[in-house]
Design a protein around this ligand. Structure first.
Ligand code: SF4
Length: 318
């Protein structure tokens, strides 16, 4: 079960305050997942936004990434954010890495605005897969979150479609002669394969075609998170509270490790989450910047070197 964030004592002092020689010895081990953090799609979109904003006023339609740290940096660069095209006050509008439907792009262009495409190439692959399925006569079923911006971009141009995320959703599907299945790029591939299997099982008379559109960075991070959680007594997952793939990492780790904590930055860490003999794993969502991961890792090393008991007693005294 995922540990809830409780009111807790913060790591709010430098470890240099406690001379190592006067402290008890602790053995807390800290390891990183083999694959973690920001993917190339998000990095490229951020770089494109920052570069463009150096030359002209820019509005991003929606959140470029679901990460508060990154959004704050973009806002400091003068970039504006709006959720609707009609609210945009600049001549250029950027579409996020999550992509957008042709209908949404049409609404932007219809206002005479210039579109800057930040859509990740792997989201485009997913869009093309869905178009191919529809073009070949399959009823499209998207495995993903119905209200997620990426899923809306994949489905808004379709006359008919279903979105499923659970066995209960599959049970609600109406029989069709041909089902064409694709997935939100950030879904865990095991869930996607299982739901595709359930659709085949439920409709043995139907022709079912599945195109795997889960992106490689997501697969790598999910796979690495499983390996990490299996060897750790605690896992810290770093990422925005609205980041879908970060939440998926939390859920995946919680299947193999009973103490999983989701933090946005090092400031969210609590010293009393950790014991001296813990092996602490670190992973992070695809929108988490490297410096935020480094900050969390640094704070964990501080906890390890200072010693949990000393830290807590100090925090209690302040
Ligand atoms: S998570 Fe995957 S699809 Fe989304 S931006 Fe990153 S690489 Fe692209």
């Amino acid at each position: 079960m995922v540990a809830r964030r409780l009111a807790c004592r913060r790591l709010d002092r430098s470890p240099e305050l406690w001379p190592p020689g006067r402290l008890p010895h602790y053995y807390m081990k800290i390891i990183r997942a083999e694959h973690l953090g920001m993917c190339f799609g998000v990095k490229d979109a951020i770089a494109l936004a920052l570069e463009t904003a150096r030359h002209e006023p820019l509005t991003i339609l929606g959140e470029l990434v679901h990460n508060e740290t990154v959004l704050a940096e973009l806002k400091r660069s003068g970039i504006q954010f709006q959720s609707e095209a009609r609210e945009v006050g600049t001549g250029t509008v950027m579409i996020t890495a999550h992509g957008a439907s042709e209908r949404k792009l049409g609404a932007v262009r219809g206002r005479g605005l210039q579109v800057l495409e930040g859509t990740c190439p792997l989201v485009r692959v997913a869009h093309r897969a869905v178009a191919k399925l529809v073009g070949d006569g399959y009823h499209p079923v998207i495995i993903g979150k119905r209200d997620h911006v990426e899923v809306r971009g994949m489905t808004e141009d379709l006359a008919e479609f279903d979105v499923v995320l659970s066995a209960a959703d599959v049970a609600q599907l109406r029989e069709r002669p041909r089902f064409g299945i694709a997935a939100q790029t950030t879904q865990p591939i095991e869930r996607v394969r299982e739901l595709a299997r359930l659709i085949r099982e439920r409709f043995p008379q139907s022709e079912v075609r599945f195109i795997d559109t889960v992106c490689q960075p997501t697969k790598q991070r999910q796979h690495a998170a499983v390996e990490l959680a299996q060897q750790c007594s605690v896992v810290v997952v770093i990422g925005g509270t609205r980041s879908n793939n970060t939440h998926e990492l939390v859920q995946t780790c919680a299947q193999y490790c009973s103490r999983v904590h989701h933090v946005q930055t090092a400031a969210d860490l609590c010293a009393d989450w950790f014991r001296s003999d813990d092996t602490v794993g670190i992973t992070a969502g695809t929108s988490t910047p490297d410096d935020v991961i480094a900050g969390v890792e640094g704070s964990l090393h501080a906890i390890a070197s200072v010693g949990e008991a000393r830290l807590i007693s100090h925090a209690a005294a302040t």
